[in-house]
Design a binder for this molecule. Structure first.
Ligand code: SF4
Ligand code: SF4
Length: 322
């Protein structure tokens, strides 16, 4: 069928990770061993969702985490996605042996849309090994988009300069990411600024003034957390209206039509990239009513997310003090 729409979703298959980056909001959880990962039941529900909607949609799925490769069902899940002809992107810290990444390519073949590998300098045992693996995968990737990225800090400028020049020489795409603390982009030192002036930095895409604008997130896009909870987008976790229910339960439901955004700013890269926000059209009255409805549920969401809010606060404070 040629007239099928594309449905895009991110599946955060696990909170667990083999790294402990200081700026990771999850790190305390898995350090304490209280992380969650998708159960077989959740994975099967995700696959059922694809099956039920395969006559309507083509699927584009990003599998991330935590670190998705630590999930024991990771490769089996990819095999199932390949059977369903879904386009798949993976976000990984690239810490595993190169054979595992080659295996992903062998399983998914031309369905492997993108491998985004993040370089966490505080965690890598050998930078040379990371770069060597990047070189090997880049020569094996076929049609897969291969991209390395790293968060720039004032401390890692000189190392990242070397990384950037090596990857450029090998024709491998590399992106610097702007460090954010408490949702704000940090101000860099002059040395870092000079580096950025020669090497454009990617800020997470952000759009302001989105409140009440009509958005397709929830119709053509969603995120699925490891416990099966589904949300319209990343900015909507404290939003009763924008929760789509749990993929394992009967209460899960996509929107039948686009609704107004209830956030002042949008920091969700995919809805921005895929033009899901209609800037010309807004519904202020409906947005106000939905916001009032949401306000009623805020205490409940604070209680439900108390631990992660506390961790984010402590992490932000620690990073600011560095
Ligand atoms: S690699 Fe990613 S998930 Fe793992 S600790 Fe670092 S930031 Fe967190
Ligand atoms: S505009 Fe952005 S924040 Fe608002 S609903 Fe759409 S994706 Fe979410």
């Amino acid at each position: 069928m040629t007239n099928k729409k594309t449905f895009i979703f991110d599946f955060l298959i696990t909170q667990n990770c083999n790294y402990r980056c200081p700026y990771c909001s999850q790190s305390k959880k898995f350090h304490k061993g209280i992380f969650e990962q998708a159960s077989i039941e959740t994975i099967n529900s995700v696959l059922n969702f694809i099956d039920k909607n395969s006559n309507k949609f083509n699927f584009e799925i990003t599998v991330s985490g935590g670190e998705p490769l630590v999930h024991p069902e990771f490769f089996n899940f990819l095999m199932e996605l390949k059977k369903r002809n879904a386009a798949v992107s993976i976000v990984s810290n690239f810490s595993f042996e190169i054979e595992k990444y080659i295996k992903i390519k062998d399983i998914l073949g031309e369905n492997f849309k993108e491998l985004l590998v993040s370089l966490h300098l505080s965690q890598v045992k050998s930078l040379d090994e990371f770069l060597k693996k990047a070189e090997i995968f880049n020569s094996y990737k076929g049609g897969t988009n291969f991209l390395a990225a790293s968060v720039l800090t004032d401390e890692n400028v000189s190392e990242l300069k070397k990384v950037a020049s090596f990857l450029k020489e090998k024709n491998i795409k590399f992106e610097l990411q702007h460090l954010r603390i408490k949702n704000k982009f940090v101000e860099y030192s002059d040395i870092a600024k000079e580096f950025i002036s020669n090497f454009p930095i990617s800020k997470i895409k952000e759009k302001s003034g989105t409140y009440s604008k009509i958005c397709l997130a929830g119709v053509n896009f969603m995120i699925i957390y490891q416990n099966g909870e589904c949300y319209r987008c990343y900015s909507s976790r404290f939003n009763k209206v924008h929760s789509l229910g749990n993929i394992k339960s009967k209460n899960f439901k996509l929107y039948s039509k686009p609704l107004p955004c209830l956030n002042k700013n949008c920091t969700c890269p995919k809805p921005i990239l895929f033009n899901m926000i209609d800037y010309s059209s807004k519904a202020p009255v409906k947005a106000l009513l939905l916001s009032l409805y949401n306000a009623f549920f805020i205490p409940l969401f604070i209680v439900k997310n108390f631990d992660s809010l506390k961790e984010k606060f402590i992490q932000g404070k620690n990073l600011k003090n560095k």
